[in-house]
Design a binder for this molecule. Structure first.
Ligand code: AMP
Length: 215
């Protein structure tokens, strides 16, 4: 069992790799982005509060996302937790360390997924997701076999994220470089950091992550 963080800019493939780890190892994915999108869809007060900030590509407050993670850390995860899109600031990283200590758990690895910006723009602007099962597709690199129908579950509910456009992506990248990339140094200094080539084929990235987990 291992608790890990997947760290990388938007479009690095964190969500895709997290889903594979859930299937392969029974790990539990904790994506603050997914939790916030659910809050938005459910129309809760918090969801309404964060909707505009998210659509612009800015970070929501540390307080909100730390609260979301705190709620999820009460039960133990058999296969371990995958933190996907959290922490994104140094304050969140400190809070996560404290929360893990409170529940008697530790962080085993922080896996940085390295990619370059040009690849991110192409990846993100063609991305769409099945609203039925969560399978992620891409207009050019992974289209559905039948247009508009999910290969996995047959749903025709395909969704594009409000923040997967060129303007919001520019802001999301700036937020990443200003506020999140300092975490690379933070975890390197703690001795927890591993890096994988996020531009490799999906299976190759999964193998590199497996090597880190099994080390
Ligand atoms: P993601 O799905 O991880 O790309 O997150 C989508 C959006 O949700 C981000 O652009 C932020 O607006 C917000 N968000 C997700 N996770 C965090 C976090 N840990 N801290 C602050 N904002 C977040």
């Amino acid at each position: 069992m291992a608790n890990i963080i997947l760290l990388g800019p938007p479009g690095a493939g964190k969500g895709t790799q997290a889903k594979r780890l859930v299937e392969a190892r029974g790990m539990v994915q904790l994506s603050t982005g997914d939790m916030l999108r659910e809050a938005k869809t459910s129309g809760s007060e918090m969801g309404r509060k964060v909707a505009d900030v998210m659509a612009r590509g800015e970070l929501v407050t540390d307080e909100i996302v730390i609260g979301l993670i705190r709620e999820k850390l009460t039960g133990a995860a058999g296969g371990g937790f995958i933190f996907d899109g959290f922490p994104r600031t140094l304050a969140q990283a400190d809070a996560l360390g404290q929360l893990m200590a409170e529940v008697g758990q530790s962080l085993d690895a922080v896996i940085e997924m390295r990619v370059d910006d040009a690849a991110l723009v192409a990846r993100i602007t063609g991305r769409f997701t099945c609203g039925g099962c969560g399978e992620v597709y891409h207009d050019d690199t992974k289209p559905t076999k039948v247009a508009g129908i999910c290969d996995q579950c047959g749903s025709d509910n395909m969704q594009r994220r409000a923040d997967d456009n060129a303007d919001a992506l520019r802001t999301r990248l700036m937020e990443y470089y200003k506020k999140t990339s300092p975490l690379i140094g933070y975890y390197y200094a703690k001795g927890d950091l591993s890096s994988v080539d996020g531009l490799a084929a999906m299976d190759a990235v999964a193998s590199s992550i497996a090597l880190v987990l099994d080390a």
